[in-house]
Design a protein. Structure first.
Length: 110
């Protein structure tokens, strides 16, 4: 969790609270780390960490969006900011699709 907080802090993103959630709680079998946070300006944020060797493809972006929708339904609140921290290569079309939908993508440092 320390590397996640440091990666976000380097980009000026500071969360007052950051809580881990398992993908099983959202009905998913994906191997990702999901965190729900509250930023300094009291907006909810979602941090998703993906660590894998193979490339992230366009079809996986739909699964990330579905996890986002399920998390919003679970906490019954709007998640304004979404961050994707990657320790994996990403397809250019997948990166473009996520950025169009408001995701901010950063490489995971550390």
């Amino acid at each position: 969790m320390k590397t996640i907080v440091e990666t976000l802090a380097k980009r000026g993103i500071v969360c007052k609270r950051l809580e881990p959630l398992s993908p099983k709680e959202l009905g998913s079998r994906k191997r990702v780390e999901i965190y729900r946070g509250v930023e300094r300006d009291d907006y909810y944020c979602m941090v998703m960490v993906v660590r894998k060797k193979s490339r992230i493809l366009r079809k996986e972006t739909e699964e990330f969006e579905e996890l986002h929708r399920r998390l919003e339904a679970k906490i019954e609140a709007k998640i304004k900011r979404r961050y994707l921290l990657l320790d994996a290569p990403i397809c250019s079309k997948a990166a473009e699709a996520l950025k169009e939908r408001g995701w901010r993508i950063f490489p995971l440092e550390g």
